[in-house]
Design a protein around this ligand. Structure first.
Ligand SMILES: Nc1ncnc2c1ncn2[C@@H]1O[C@H](COP(=O)(O)OP(=O)(O)O)[C@@H](O)[C@H]1O
Ligand SMILES: [Mg+2]
Length: 386
């Protein structure tokens, strides 16, 4: 009985993790959205569901269509085809001001001739909120972003980070149904970015507002989000939790865009239900069939394939150290070693190809030119057909 209870709890936690906040209700849905500017197809069939209370991030390289997607949700743009639904209502033709949104952009969008207080009261006035009520709401919204006491400052009297805090506060003061943030941290220096990242995440969880965050920075996306949407050239490549995106990328693009990767080329030498054997040079290595990106049933002996593996998933051991571990080991030669404080970055040559390894296990006898074994588990290698 105890065991069963534990299983139920683990299952619940797992579901919550996957579903963001344990809710199945969608606050936003985009259905089959296409958008073209002239001959440039910018969104090529976007389907997306954002769950109530979650922080969902659109991640992808510059120009892939993130802002366009956000602007469809905000109502600044119409899709050429497809629909946008908010809280179950089709809002495709509804203007932005009727969508009940808070929005923050990359460049500071505060009114320069208004004080912080006036910037915040702007939206409240539009909504006909009384003076006394405004005061209460503004004071609370500024407290949320740790800007209490700066009500009378003008934007030019604030630092970049403070301006973005005010911009976030202004978006939240009207208690919107949805918070949309388009690269709000991109103009800030690294330290501030880190600080505000953590704060936005805390704040979002505190008030529970459904949030769509846009960034081209993978670390920002992985560290902040309940789920990440990886976009590329107007399409969605994968929607998943940060750990799934990192550990089980569905496509070659996702693997390469997120984190560091090594790539080798080889030929399939055998395929069975559980593993694919691949010949790289004179070595054979194995990949779990689960890790075949694309359609694994298409793979056959002789196919040219690419193998991807992350530097921290590789092990380096001395030649005599090879144990009965389930890893595949291959002979390699150290070409460079860099000490990074908490770990070592070791470059090795394997079959003439340079491979990067990140490891904290280090043998003091190793030096440039040392022969070592590098090993990896078939469950850590991703395979894609060339
Ligand atoms: N108003 C517009 N008119 C013409 N082209 C546009 C317009 N807005 C965006 N684009 C183009 O659409 C593509 C996607 O833009 P955008 O959604 O802003 O990308 P991201 O936010 O991912 O960097 C880019 O090629 C951009 O140049
Ligand atoms: Mg953009």
């Amino acid at each position: 009985m105890e065991v069963l209870k534990k299983d139920v709890e683990i299952n619940r936690q797992h579901l919550e993790a996957v579903q963001g906040v344990g809710s199945n209700k969608n606050d936003v849905e985009i259905k089959g959205a296409f958008k073209q500017f002239g001959a440039n197809v910018v969104l090529n069939g976007i389907d997306l569901e954002v769950k109530q209370g979650e922080l969902l991030t659109l991640l992808g390289p510059s120009g892939c269509g993130k802002s366009t997607t956000l602007n469809l949700i905000a109502g600044f743009l119409d899709p050429d085809r497809g629909e946008v639904h908010i809280k179950g209502n089709n809002v495709t033709k509804v203007p932005p001001y009727k969508r009940d949104l808070g929005m923050v952009f990359q460049t500071y969008s505060l009114f320069p001739h208004m004080t912080v207080y006036e910037n915040l009261s702007f939206g409240l006035k539009l909504r006909k909120v009384g003076k006394a009520e405004q005061k209460k709401k503004i004071s609370k919204a500024l407290e949320l972003v740790k800007m209490s006491g700066l009500e009378n400052r003008y934007p030019r009297e604030l630092s970049g980070g403070q301006r973005q805090r005010v911009a976030i506060s202004r978006a939240l003061v009207v208690e919107p149904e949805l918070l949309l943030l388009d690269e709000p941290l991109s103009n800030l220096d690294a330290k501030l970015r880190h600080e505000l990242r953590a704060e936005i995440k805390r704040l979002q969880k505190e008030i529970g507002v459904t949030t769509i965050f846009v960034t081209h920075d993978q670390e920002e996306a992985l560290s902040m989000s309940d789920r990440v949407v990886v976009m590329n050239a107007g399409k969605i490549e994968q929607i998943s939790t940060p750990t799934e995106i990192y550990n089980h990328p569905k496509t070659e693009f996702v693997f390469q865009f997120i984190g560091k990767s090594n790539c080798f080329e080889g030929n399939v030498s055998a395929v069975d239900k559980r593993k694919v054997a691949v010949k790289i040079g004179s070595d054979i290595t194995h990949v779990d069939t689960n890790n075949v990106m694309g359609n694994e049933s298409d793979l056959k002996t002789g196919d040219e394939v690419k193998l991807y593996i992350r530097p921290e998933k590789l092990q380096v051991v001395s030649l005599d150290e090879k144990s009965s571990s389930p890893l595949d080991f291959h002979r390699a030669k150290i070409s460079q070693m860099n000490y990074l404080g908490t770990s070592w970055e070791i470059n090795v040559l394997l079959q003439g190809k340079s491979i990067q390894v990140l490891t904290s296990a280090f043998d003091s006898s190793w030096q440039n030119g040392s022969e070592v074994l590098i090993g990896w588990s078939p469950s850590e290698v991703m395979l894609v057909k060339k």
